[in-house]
Design a protein around this ligand. Structure first.
Ligand SMILES: [Zn+2]
Length: 411
């Protein structure tokens, strides 16, 4: 089976995760794909199982007596709740001509190089697009298809020596829970790669440090007619707080390695107002400074309005995996060389977010991220280039080969 055929099979299975759910996995439908994958892996002759949390584990056993460190490949099964993932109807565009693609005539949804100039990179190649009513789910079903296709290749080429190759497919990545019940010990790899990036060549090993902070302001409501020197309006306290945060350190004014404070919601009345923020920075010191600034600003408002009038609840959610991976830079070199070997130019850039790899790296499994070949994730304009998917398969095989061929393969 080709990587494209596999991808189409998976894309049709509805696996949207649900941020409002309190079960794990957040939607039971993710088991549909998990069970499908277990069956497919078994048909290839591999051991495979899905556990009670909907994690799929499998393994291609080493085919040599050589001592080679076990490595893993990971992709996620859920799709983003930001767009419908039900009844996905992938459409294949062969020999793309560089013009606008009409995704849905009735709803007037088009995929145009004017809006998405990267389309121009794929003239003459094959694209998979949506019917304009759902996302496509190349994020991350393309990654799953690439890993399994690489596995099939290894199994049919026993002359290629390799160590133990571990495979895992995770649920709930899109709602930030993908690593929650990941069993690093059972997985058994020393290093792994997530195949969950975007366009051809993407290679990522630095993510944000992340904190979710909510701050509550308590006012005092009095009839407005007799409010003089009595009323404290918590909405105004909250606006003062927000205006004191650095104006230029917001998502809309930052890029690359620049961090930010992002006000996500502002809910309140005179009595009580709650602001929810996310605080992000790649640099750990700047990250700590940002959290400090946030707390000092809250303290300043509290001093003004009295003890107990402001309350901060902040929690770190993940850290920059670069801190861990910098100790194992051979992982990046290997991926880069593997790409070059397959005529793919590596594009290394910091992730302005997190991946499962961010959490996994801190759980003891250093885990950079590699491209799948997809674009415009989480929406109706999502598409994937089939030639990029084929390149990803080759890059996976070349990485495996790199571990098999180098003596000093542990650092
Ligand atoms: Zn993803």
């Amino acid at each position: 089976m080709t990587v494209l055929e596999r991808f189409i099979n998976y894309a049709k299975i509805h696996t949207t995760s649900d941020p409002k759910s309190d079960t794990f996995p957040s939607s039971m439908r993710q088991f549909d794909l998990a069970n499908f994958l277990v069956k497919e892996l078994k048909e290839l002759g591999l051991e495979a199982e899905v556990d009670e949390h909907c994690y799929v584990y499998s393994k291609i056993p080493s085919n040599t007596d050589k001592e080679i460190c076990p490595i893993g490949f990971i992709a996620h099964m859920d799709t983003s709740p930001d767009a419908s993932g039900e009844n996905v109807k992938p459409r294949i565009i062969e020999n793309y001509d560089g013009n606008m693609i009409v995704l849905n005539k009735e709803e007037n949804v088009v995929l145009s190089p004017d809006d998405f100039p990267s389309l121009k990179n794929y003239i003459g190649q094959t694209l998979v697009v949506t019917d304009g009513t759902t996302l496509l789910g190349a994020d991350d079903k393309a990654g799953i298809a690439e890993i399994i296709t690489a596995a099939e290749y290894l199994l049919s080429h026993p002359e290629l020596e390799h160590g133990d190759i571990m495979i895992a497919f995770t649920p709930d990545e899109e709602i930030g829970q993908g690593a929650k019940y990941f069993d690093v010990k059972k997985f058994g790899a020393t290093f792994a790669y997530t195949i969950d990036g975007g366009p051809r060549g993407e290679l990522e090993y630095e993510s944000f440090n992340a904190n979710n902070a909510s701050v509550s302001f308590y006012g005092r409501n009095v009839h407005p007619g007799s409010a003089k020197n009595q009323m404290i309006n918590s909405i105004e306290m909250a606006s003062q707080f927000h205006s004191l945060l650095p104006e230029n350190e917001k998502p809309q004014y930052t890029s690359g390695y620049e961090g930010f404070y992002h006000l996500m919601s502002f809910k309140g009345n005179v009595d009580k107002t709650v602001l929810d923020y996310i605080i992000r920075d790649h640099d750990r010191d700047l990250f700590e400074q940002k959290k400090q600034t946030f707390i000092e600003t809250a303290n300043f408002i509290e001093k003004k309005y009295g003890k107990g009038s402001v309350e901060v609840n902040a929690k770190d959610s993940y850290y920059n995996m670069g801190e861990v991976i910098k100790e194992h830079m051979h992982l990046i070199t290997r991926a880069k060389v593997a790409m070059e070997k397959n005529d793919v130019k590596a594009v290394i850039k910091p992730v302005r977010g997190g991946t499962d790899g961010s959490a996994l790296s801190f759980m003891g499994l250093p885990c950079p991220n590699i491209f799948t070949g997809g674009h415009n994730y989480h929406g109706r304009h999502e598409y994937v280039c089939v030639e990029s998917m084929e390149k990803a398969v080759k890059v996976i095989i070349s990485i495996i080969d790199s571990f098999a061929k180098t003596k000093n393969n542990k650092n």
